[in-house]
Structures are given as structure tokens and as C-alpha cells.
Design a protein around this ligand. Sequence first.
Ligand code: M6R
Length: 370
Amino acid sequence: EKGGWDSFMDKEIHEEPAAVQRTLIGRLDDEGRLNLDEVHIDEHDFKTVDKIIVIGCGTASYAGMVAKYAIEHWVRIPVEVELAHEFRYRDPILTPRTLVVAISQSGETMDTLMALRHAREQGSKVLAICNTQGASIPRESDAVLYTHAGPEVAVASTKAFVAQITAAYVLGLYLAQLKGTVFRDEIAQTLDSLKDMPRKIQWVLDTQPSKVSAAARQLRDANSFLFLGRHVGYPVALEGALKLKEIAYTFTEGFAAGELKHGPIALVDEGEPVVFIVPPARGRNVLHAKVISGIEEVKARGATIIAVAEEGDADVERYADVVFWRPECPTLMSPLVDVVPLQLLAMDMAKQKGYDVDKPRNLAKSVTVE
Ligand code: M6R
């Protein structure tokens, strides 16, 4: 069943290129129409959507946070992301023009299901992004976009995350073309970049694992890790931190890199491992310079710097103790590759500590109680 891999997690990480590719197949036709799996929302409803609220838990919520950056940029409507279990208890503002996007790998997460029921009761439409055919969440939604990642067995979600981002991006591009907020050729170009991502993920899987294993050996006894990123690198940092908590049982904290000086830098001491997700330096990206200055700050306090950065980034090479490279890609696409070495790092650390990476203690694959 594991197809020659020694864990499902290993197998599923290596299926990520295929997961992205399969999620994209047949989605947007030449006319720019989106092919949803089940739709009871008509084009007019999509066209008049004036707010999106993404709900999900854990990894699914981080996929939602990534999607927020892309969808707001393309569609120019506000996108909120909320943990499903917080959502319905705060009396959220929902109207028939609000599109609620429920993201769930299993489709059975009770917190997410209850939140979507609440949204529908308030008259909003719900679109599910789900990996499990016929599960409760897609069954109770107004429209469904299935991620075709294939069954995910390991408790730690990996291939579902990249597939969820892909599906949410397709939705964003569809809304952008419907509302006319992005030029046609730019949509086509973005779609091409998306279609190119499986190849780039494969490059990471082909070239980075031995470096990741060496880092895991070096760092496995650390008591805690910090993960930092900005923009789309911020949810990637949160996801990297979650993976390490879940399966290596290491205390981690993920936060937006800009917060460092507002408190967390006090945690940084000699030898503290700090993981930075570094945005591309190209195009005089101001965020690149800011993340580098964050690296300098923690380096000066003796931290061990682990970076995920674009191949050949000289600033990163200068400061980082360990670098996992990403091939060149647009910033919005970078989460699809940047998460991969972080998943591998958590898996390798857990294995080296002798833990069962597929079935971490205290956790279930699908959380069917509120
Ligand atoms: O099945 P779902 O996507 O709804 O599950 C949501 C979370 O429980 C899930 O992502 C959890 O955080 C994972 N174990 C993370 O690896």
C-alpha cells in the first residue's frame, strides 16, 4: 500500500506534483469557464459575491490564508479566513452575497461542518474544497471543487495542502475573469505558472531531501523552533510549525516575521533554530530586504538560521546555516514549493526520534467531534 515508501507520509509528500496536476486538470476551459464538480450556484451569484470567508481547521485554514493573498489580489474583494470553530460563535456578518469557502481534506471535520451549516442558515452560499468524494461537507454545500490529491492516510496533511491551495487559486482566477478584475492574458499566464508548479515541486523532491535529512540530524534534539515568514510565507511558516509539533513533538511557534521586534525576538538565544521563509529577491521585492534584516537580527543573537529561499539568493547564503532552495517562481506560487522541505524536515526529525510519523500520538486523521 505504501508503494515502496516506508511511511504514508513519505509517499504522500512524493505525490504532491501529481496532486497539484490532477487538481488542475480540466478546470478552466479556453473561454475561462470554471468546471466545478457540483454547482447549485449560478454565474450571477458568483458575479455578485462581495466578500469571501474561508473556513477550515489546522492545515486547511493555512491553505485558506495563502488563498487570501491571491484572491484579494486578483478579485479585489475582501477575503477573511477564520478557524471554523471560532466562526459561528462570534455572530459573523453573512449575507447572500457572501461566499463561504469551506476547506477540508476529509470532508468530515465537525467544526467545519457546523460552521458551514450556520453560514447556509444565514443565507450565504457555501463552496466546499474537499478531497473526499461524497463526504458530509461537500454533500451539504452549494458547490464543490474537489481536490484530486488521492486518499491521504498519514495524519499529518501534506499533499492535501498543496491541492487545496491549487483549487482555491482556480476559484480565484475564475472569479477574477467573471468580474473582469484581471486581464485575460494575465489570467492565462497565471494559470500557466500554476501548471508549471508540479515540475518545480518535483525539482525540490529530487534535489533537496539529503540536505533536509542532514539538517534533521543536526537539529533533532532542539527543544523548540521558531518559524517566520511574511506575505504568503507567513501561512507557510505556520504550516511548517504545525508539522513539527504534530509528528516530531517539538515545541514550535510560527509567526509573521514583522512581529519579531514586537516581542518574539526575546525568545531568541544562542543556538535557537529559526526557520525563515524568504520571498524572492527579484523585482526589488521590498519584503525580501525586510526578511533579510530579520535574519540579521536573530543571527546577531546567535540563532541557527534555516532558510527556504530562491536558488542562488546571495543574501541568504551569507547568513543562513542551512538553506533549502526553491526554484524560481512567482511569489504567489511559492507556498506550493516552500512547504515541501518543511514537511520533509518534520518527517525526518520524527523518524530519527523513532516516532510513528503516520500515526502521531493523541491525534486522529479526521476530527468528527466538535
Ligand atoms: O480533514 P480536514 O482538512 O478538515 O482536517 C483539518 C485539520 O484537522 C487537519 O488539517 C489537521 O490540522 C492535520 N492533522 C494537519 O496536518
